[in-house]
Design a protein around this ligand. Structure first.
Ligand SMILES: [Zn+2]
Length: 253
């Protein structure tokens, strides 16, 4: 088998990790279309946990990894069930496909990871990634942002160990009048630098000037921070209350 055939076979085999098996395939223009069905039919109602009754099927189309450089579309034949439990609020539901994609998502989970890898590791442009997937620039950009958000901000331990906060603002936009801030405030965890254990870690980037951002920036913790750059002390208060700034004496005084 040549390299192209091997890559194609590998991609097809790896659809099993999505919980689907390929039933047919077709090529149209630049796109490779793979028609799939769930490996396991699961009729469990998410609301009540009882088994539903098969009603019909719907076809769900999602974008997956490119095959041999061509955009791929998966057409998954998803079973729909009727829940006959009279005490359940759900009447009709589709089989959940957690390994495949988020509910109502237009791309597979692994496709979202692939987008981040191309952008962050290979330094590929958003335009090139969008072209490889056959998607629009805006959608790829939105997917990269939401995937990053999920990887960073939704992690419970995102702020663990933060004792020293680095704050700086940058004027990044020189267009006035569109109503958005031309400044962005960058927030770094400087604790590893102060402790001599490693580099700083990016915590957040928030549109706006630093003073306003820090007044509104809510940290889900009760902590005390010492900023290295702005030399202000921030005392953590309950999670529902914004942090309150107060002057921090300059070093050496
Ligand atoms: Zn139910």
């Amino acid at each position: 088998m040549n390299a192209t055939g091997s890559q194609l076979a590998g991609t097809i085999c790896r659809t099993v990790e999505l919980g689907v098996t390929i039933t047919d395939a077709a090529v149209a223009d630049e796109f490779t279309h793979l028609f799939c069905a769930p490996v396991i039919v699961d009729s469990t109602c998410a609301d009540c946990g009882m088994a539903g009754r098969l009603r019909d099927h719907v076809q769900r189309k999602v974008t997956d990894l490119p095959i041999v450089g061509h955009p791929t579309r998966l057409h998954v034949r998803v079973p729909r069930f009727t829940c006959d439990n009279t005490e359940c609020g759900t009447r009709i539901f589709q089989q959940r496909m957690p390994a495949l994609a988020e509910p109502r998502a237009k791309t597979t989970r692994r496709c979202n990871r692939w987008i981040l890898q191309r952008l962050a590791i290979d330094r590929t442009s958003v335009s090139a990634v969008a072209k490889a997937l056959g998607l629009g620039w805006d959608l790829v950009n939105d997917l990269a942002l939401s995937e990053t958000h999920a990887m960073v901000y939704e992690q419970p331990g995102h702020f663990d160990g933060v004792r020293v906060l680095g704050v700086d603002e940058h004027k990044w936009k020189h267009v006035r009048g569109d109503g958005s801030s031309s400044f962005v405030t960058v927030l770094l965890d400087l604790t590893p630098v102060v402790d001599g254990t490693g580099p700083s870690r990016l915590l957040d980037m928030v549109p706006g000037r630093w003073a306003k951002v820090l007044t509104e920036w809510s940290m889900p913790v009760n902590r005390c921070f010492e900023t290295e750059s702005r030399l202000s002390r921030w005392t953590g208060s309950p999670a529902t209350t914004p942090l309150r700034p107060r002057p921090f004496p300059r070093r050496g005084r």
